[in-house]
Design a protein around this ligand. Structure first.
Ligand code: KIV
Ligand code: ZN
Length: 449
């Protein structure tokens, strides 16, 4: 059966970056963007170019360097923002301008101080303006889920006429339940004239812990793009976690007949690279990529795992890139093992750079018994700080088959397919060292026109 494709729109570098402590500089964003490309996301929202010089430069650098995915830049519904976004995006192979304007009465009255009619006209002018530069235009009615539905349908129709190609429906304040949000998306699919010409997208916040559930409900109701962030970072309680959406679609493909282009075996490395870059670690029990996600502590569980991993695991750690803990790094380890572990943590080096890392590694390993992931990350940071050029994780072309060979093939439990091997069992018990906390400065993003 042909499975519908779900476009994965990654907003780690935009909405994600808005979460406290998660702001990133140009080099950091570029490195993450290379990793997101490797991960296989369809769209990278690289930033909000009008927000700061740094964000403009980051979007421009990503647009120039990352050629496979669409690169999106955010703009408020006004000409200066859109012009600035286009300046940053114009060299992208696949640029997208993402325009947003609040539409709920509470935002119109208190924040923007404009009427519904003014809102509609401003949004229409903005989308037309964006369209004059770029074929691919996304429009988001901010606070859509608290907007009067009849007004929202009217406004969305106007956006389609003005040339929007994607209509993104944000649950900006994370108020919806899955039943609400699914119904909301379904109503849009049925009530908005011309909706079949555009892609419906969902953008869910996690204030009630329902962002992923709401996103899945939106897919079932007809959304074909989902906006999400690695580790679920984003404003306040965050955005829907990319890794949870993608893996749920694979593990429960019996309920979700959809596919994505994400190579799930890169999820762990991407999560690690983000945590290491921002200094914001994920909770240990975080689904998919938390350090306890594949740890089994209770005797009964351990017994079950030894007899058959399917007793307590619904996916293999390898399928989401959790490294094999049996590979212990110490003074007897070689360059190959070191390079492999670096790769699993989201870093790839050429020979010369690996030599430098290896030289430092040997000195450290001589002093301590075991070099943990945390040690290794510090060592990479130090080497970088010492002025050695560490390139971003580079982009590889994957054969199309690789995507389906990821999680979908070894979900086991519900589909009763391939059981995990003894090697997979070992890595289930690994314990990962959390990265240290540090809080960078948060950019002030000029919300509201
Ligand atoms: O949450 C939100 O409404 C947003 C929009 C800018 C899409 O992030
Ligand atoms: Zn948001």
């Amino acid at each position: 059966m042909q499975r519908a494709h779900i476009t994965i729109f990654d907003t780690t570098l935009r909405d994600g970056e808005q979460s406290p402590g998660c702001s990133m500089n140009v080099q950091e964003k570029l490195r993450l963007a290379h990793q997101l490309d490797l991960l296989g996301v369809d769209v990278i929202e690289a930033g909000f170019p009008i927000a700061s010089e740094g964000d403009f430069n980051a979007v421009q650098a990503i647009a120039a360097a990352i050629r496979r995915p669409t690169i999106a830049g955010l703009a408020r519904a006004c000409a200066p923002d859109i012009d600035r976004a286009w300046q940053a995006l114009k060299d992208a192979a696949h640029p997208r301008i993402h325009v947003f304007l609040a539409t709920s009465d509470i935002h119109l009255q208190y924040k923007l101080k404009i009427s519904r009619q003014q809102c509609l006209e401003q949004a229409r002018d903005a989308v037309r303006h964006a369209k004059s530069f770029c074929e691919d235009v996304e429009f988001s009615p901010e606070d859509a889920t608290r907007t009067d539905p009849e007004f929202l349908y009217q406004l969305l129709e106007a956006m389609i006429e003005a040339g929007a190609t994607t209509l993104n429906i944000p649950d900006t304040v994370g108020y919806c339940t899955p039943a609400d949000f699914g119904q909301f998306i379904q109503n849009i699919g049925q009530r908005v004239r011309g909706i079949e010409k555009v892609t419906i997208s969902a953008h869910c916040h996690n204030d009630l812990g329902l962002a992923v559930a709401n996103t899945l409900a939106a897919i079932v109701a007809g959304a074909r793009q989902v906006e999400c962030a690695i580790n679920g970072i984003g404003e306040r309680a965050g955005n829907a976690a990319l890794e949870e959406i993608v893996v749920t679609l694979r593990v429960r493909s019996d309920q979700y007949p959809y596919e994505t282009s994400v190579f799930s075996e890169h999820l762990f490395a991407t999560s690690q690279l983000l945590s290491e870059t921002t200094g914001v670690s994920v909770q240990p029990n975080k689904a998919i990529i938390g350090r306890n996600a594949f740890a089994h502590a209770a005797g009964i569980h351990q017994d079950g795992m030894i007899k058959n991993p399917l007793t307590y695991e619904i996916m293999t750690p390898q399928s989401v890139g959790v490294p094999d803990s049996t590979l212990v790094l110490g003074k007897h380890s070689g360059r190959h093992a070191l390079s492999l572990r670096c790769e699993q943590l989201g870093h790839q080096f050429d020979r010369r750079e690996l030599d430098e890392i290896y030289r430092r590694f040997v000195v450290l390993a001589d002093k301590i018994k075991t070099v943990t992931d945390q040690h290794l990350q510090e060592l990479i940071r130090e080497t970088r700080g010492a002025g050695h050029r560490i390139p971003p994780a580079h982009v590889e072309a994957h054969p199309p088959a690789a995507a389906s060979a990821a999680v979908g093939q070894n979900v086991g439990y519900f589909q009763k397919s391939v059981p995990a091997s003894a090697g997979e069992l070992h890595s289930s018990t690994l314990s990962l060292t959390p990265v240290s906390e540090h809080h960078g400065e948060q950019e002030d993003y000029l919300w509201g026109v």
